[in-house]
Design a protein around this ligand. Structure first.
Ligand SMILES: *Cc1c(COP(=O)(O)O)cnc(C)c1O
Length: 383
């Protein structure tokens, strides 16, 4: 069976977790601080704050950006549902924007049409690791005085016009779930260039506590904490951070390897007329968190038949990215949404296996099985 994805974890990560457990300090502590410093340096950000996952990162980003009851936040529907949910956690309303058919990323032209006096922020997503058009959104946000927030859950190691994702705006949220390119089991990170955001994020992830456990532990004099606002327990553990530090050391290598596999797929499929390959626009560099292709009009075989056929050959695939507005949890939301591109991408795209290390013969097996099914169907249609 060829899996859709696998985390790349080795003895180094296991040893780091083991060593951390034996220090006796297992919750947020020195390893978390080290991971934050190294991640900020890697991403080219001033500060980084580690949290329990990217969903909690997005929730805190909404709070520090000042989003609340009655506000509107523009975001894509074509995303993992955590994107839109984060907007709803603070009582605001996600206003769904359609995506560009060739990048799966939020469309700046449709976004501008949906700005109202209630709009407070634009939450862009770098879908499957492909950078969104950050410059266009920066211009929009400046023009209409909106906050720009990046859901970079999938985009650690991607870059935009030479800058790593994380360096480009004041609130960038990452995930270290095993489906992303590096993992801590569960885990998240927020990068920021603003000292005030940095301080508030650190408070909010730890119950609003004015003094963190580590400072209290190391203090020579008595200190008592105050809880200065209602916060959360969104901490990462030191065990996770120790694993994250090892993963981060490999990130550039992992991205290189993933890009080689994506290039093999691109080469194999580039002459098939009804397949749309992933497109890296000028200045965009993807970590290929997922390799997704879109079956255009004229494709002789429908997506689900193809997925079943591949599964019968022992190849796991996934449907393309979901649309949030068609989920039950969003049925009661007023539908402002006509999102034809998002719906077509969800219904006609397919994610192929991509993980490290993926053997050359396995890559070739996927390619042959895929092309074999398409060609067989094509023959039937022609006859
Ligand atoms: C995975 C993902 C999330 C959620 O990340 P978690 O760390 O699992 O909370 C949010 N947004 C997008 C776009 C994702 O792909």
């Amino acid at each position: 069976m060829i899996a859709i994805a696998k985390p790349y974890l080795t003895d180094a990560e296991a040893q780091a977790a083991y060593d951390t457990i034996l220090t006796g300090w297992v919750t947020q502590g020195p390893r978390v601080e080290e991971f934050e410093k190294k991640f900020a340096l890697y991403a080219g950000a001033k500060y980084a704050v580690a949290v329990s996952n990217c969903t909690t990162a997005l929730h805190l980003a909404m709070i520090v950006a000042g989003i609340g009851e009655g506000d509107e936040v523009l975001c894509p529907s074509l995303s993992y549902i955590a994107t839109a949910n984060a907007v709803r956690y603070v009582g605001a309303k996600p206003i769904f924007v359609d995506v560009e058919y060739d990048t799966y990323n939020i469309d700046p032209i449709d976004a501008e049409k949906k700005i109202t006096p209630k709009t407070k922020a634009i939450l862009i997503v770098h879908q499957m690791g492909m950078p969104a058009n950050i410059n266009a959104f920066r211009i929009l946000c400046d023009k209409y005085k909106l906050k720009l927030i990046e859901d970079a859950a999938c985009a650690a190691g991607s870059s935009y016009k030479g800058d790593r994702i994380g360096a480009n705006s004041s609130l960038v949220c990452f995930s270290f779930h095993p489906r992303k390119v590096i993992t801590t089991g569960e885990g998240g990170m927020i990068t920021t260039d603003r000292e005030d955001y940095y301080q508030r994020l650190k408070l909010l992830r730890q119950h609003g506590m004015s003094v963190n456990d580590r400072v209290r532990h190391e203090a020579k004099d008595l200190i008592f904490e105050d809880h200065v606002e209602v916060g959360y327990n969104y901490r990462m553990t030191d065990i996770q951070a120790a694993v994250g530090i090892k993963q981060l050391e490999k990130l550039d290598w992992i991205v290189d390897e993933r890009r080689k596999i994506a290039a093999s797929y691109n080469k194999a499929f580039k002459n098939v007329p009804f397949i749309q390959l992933p497109i890296e626009k000028k200045g965009c560099f993807s970590n290929y968190q997922s390799y997704c292709i879109y079956l255009k009009d004229g494709c002789p075989i429908d997506r689900n038949t193809l997925m079943q056929g591949l599964l019968d050959c022992g190849i796991a695939t996934r449907r393309g990215i979901m649309t949030s507005h068609r989920e039950t949890a969003y049925k009661d939301q007023p539908t402002n949404a006509t999102l034809p591109v998002s719906e077509s991408l969800q219904d006609n795209s397919i994610i192929l296996p991509l993980y490290i290390p993926m053997q050359v013969r396995d890559i070739q097996f996927v390619i042959d099985a895929f092309l074999g099914m398409v060609h067989k169907k094509l023959q039937e249609v022609l006859v």
